[in-house]
Write a protein that binds this ligand. Structure first.
Ligand code: CTP
Ligand code: MG
Length: 556
């Protein structure tokens, strides 16, 4: 179970941070069309990574004086930023200005002595703060201001949506409520950085990077944390720099294939996390999946983590999605609403199986936006034509080249409203010829399906792969039925929209309610199905949810 995240804001810091950011964005020069230049994905990642390396995670006593706490830590150097959050206790994330402060803090930290158990003396950046004299401090404690950063309950969301002014306003409200907060993003980078320290105990200079929805701008609060253990970037960079007549190589052990190498590395890291990773619990090694992974729960941050290695293409597809998300403000609003709509109707699930995934839904939205006239998003092939020599990127023989500077991509001239896009989305996919066509964001047009899976969405870089191979015919049918029903609900909306004061769910709020038509028709279908088919379906879903067939993760 995922704990709810309650982030406690520190007025002095977060507000100061926002102000700083506002100031810095004001001082940034604008381009010829008056837009503020947006950062490249790689620049953002580098900045956040560097920040995380200067940051520590501290489990604090519940009654703590914030002022004294900060004063105590400042002995090790100036603090750039800090915030508190609650997750099975009170935690503080403290970012120092300099990395040396972390070492200084580690130097005065002791390994706890235990009465009946023994400690594994691993010195990490995750600490436990104790009070020397609890009774004397409680009287002076200041109350730490709480701000709740967990996703809104369905009741609260429904209220917010009902009071919105328009369907466009509803989509933007939903985005605002569900998107990752600045603190949540910081905590994600910090968690990766803590895991990197553990992996670095074996693999010097390795990096652990977040990918997937934590960084592609489509992550909802509470989404999993996908991590990529990068072992060879440093080595590859340095080989170009060597001079002289010789070339130095490490003596290494060899194994029969890349896959075996990946499995061995992940197996060892899985053991490390299990045996001495502070706060890492429920470690599962899923090494036989197409893309082997270690799944665990990072208890202190509350994140469900999936660690993979040798998975550079997925990092590139996260960058591509980040670019699509930043190109037009309607993209993220659409993706978040479709993701929430799918979740509300159990089209997606946190358990792997024959369900459609969020990643597939995002691809469908992007494809749909490429199909508008004029298009809202460019095709991947077009982004490739804009690329310059520095953008060139070939991974394992796959061409992953596209322009990375999103300031050089012209904005769309399309002015459709979110309301009309949402309705059109449901109509488009409610009538899509899934039986013969494949969805392909590279070319931005339907293609004949190369294989018989019910839903075919081409992986943008590994073009022979179908990212939705796991989706069963019945799940696809459920998606189509719900899309049609939602299109119908939205078309009725035009005719008689209830007044906001009536408190009746309307627009997007009505779409997120349990579907009446669908549950009746599904119940009927269920009853009608012969027992043999029900058993077949059950077997199918068990098969596809076993780790070896975990297409939800093995396609990564
Ligand atoms: N991925 C892929 N092919 C798949 C599944 C995943 O290339 N069949 C890559 C994508 O880059 C995806 C990432 O792996 O973004 C992480 O996968 P997953 O966690 O399933 O999706 P997210 O996009 O992170 O969405 P969610 O919020 O549901 O975790
Ligand atoms: Mg994910």
């Amino acid at each position: 179970l995922r704990p709810t995240h309650r982030l406690l804001s520190c007025p002095g810091t977060v507000a100061a941070d926002v102000k700083r950011e506002e100031q810095s964005s004001r001082s940034v020069e604008t381009d010829s069309e008056g837009r503020t230049p947006k950062k490249k994905f790689s620049e953002l990642q580098k900045e956040r990574r560097e920040q995380a390396q200067r940051t520590v995670l501290i489990h604090c006593p519940n009654k703590i004086s914030e002022k004294k706490f900060l004063k105590y830590l400042s002995q090790h150097g100036p603090i750039n930023n800090h915030f508190f959050y609650e997750s099975f206790g009170l935690y503080a994330v403290v970012e120092f200005c300099q990395k040396e402060s972390v070492t200084s803090l580690q130097n005065i930290t002791r390994t706890p002595s235990m009465d009946t158990e023994a400690a594994i003396p691993f010195k990490s950046r995750f600490f436990n703060l104790k009070m020397k004299n609890p009774s004397s401090q409680t009287s002076e404690q200041s109350c730490i201001q709480c701000s709740n950063h967990s996703p809104p309950s369905s009741k609260k969301l429904s209220e917010l949506l009902c009071y919105a002014e328009s369907i466009d306003d509803q989509l933007n409200t939903l985005l605002k409520e569900f998107q990752l907060t600045e603190e949540d993003i910081k905590l994600r980078y910090l968690t990766c950085s803590l895991i990197e320290d553990i992996a670095a105990a074996y693999f010097l200079d390795c990096t652990v990077r977040p990918f997937g929805s934590s960084v592609n701008s489509f992550g909802k609060l509470g989404c999993d944390l996908d991590m990529f253990l990068d072992l060879d970037e440093i080595g590859k960079l340095n080989t170009n720099k060597t001079s002289g007549n010789f070339l130095m190589e490490f003596q290494v052990k060899s194994v029969p294939s890349e896959r075996v190498a990946t499995q061995k590395v992940l197996s060892v890291i899985g053991e490390c996390l299990d045996h001495f990773g502070p706060g890492c619990v429920g470690v599962q090694k899923i090494l036989n999946a197409r893309c082997p992974l270690v799944r665990f729960s990072h208890q202190a941050s509350g994140f469900q983590c999936d660690l993979t290695t040798n998975n550079r293409i997925a990092l590139k597809s996260s960058e591509l999605l980040y670019i699509y998300g930043a190109l037009d403000s309607r993209v993220r609003a659409m993706v978040f609403s479709i993701r929430c709509w799918a979740r509300a109707h159990s089209l997606t699930s946190s358990i792997p199986g024959s369900w459609i995934t969020n990643f597939s839904l995002t691809m469908m939205v992007i494809f749909f936006l490429q199909r508008r006239s004029p298009p809202i998003l460019p095709t991947l092939d077009y982004l490739k034509t804009l690329a310059d020599a520095e953008d060139k990127c070939i991974i394992e023989g796959h061409n992953c080249t596209f322009i990375r500077d999103l300031n050089r991509i012209k904005p769309s001239g399309n002015t459709e409203t979110l309301e009309s896009l949402l309705k059109e989305f449901f109509e488009y996919f409610g009538n899509f010829a899934f039986n013969k066509n494949s969805i392909n964001i590279r070319q931005g047009r339907e293609q004949n399906k190369p294989e018989s899976s019910p839903l075919h969405i081409q992986n943008p870089f590994e073009t022979s792969l179908n990212i939705s191979k796991n989706v069963s015919q019945s799940q696809l049918q459920k998606f189509v039925d719900l899309a049609r029903e939602s299109a119908w609900i939205l078309s009725q909306e035009d005719k008689d929209r209830p007044s906001p004061s009536s408190n009746q769910p309307w627009g997007l709020a009505a779409l997120l309610l349990p579907s009446v038509v669908n549950s009746v028709s599904l119940a009927k279908k269920k009853r009608k199905k012969p027992a043999s088919e029900r058993i077949k379906n059950l077997l199918e879903s068990i098969k596809s949810s076993s780790p070896e067939n975990d297409t939800n993760t093995n396609g990564k």
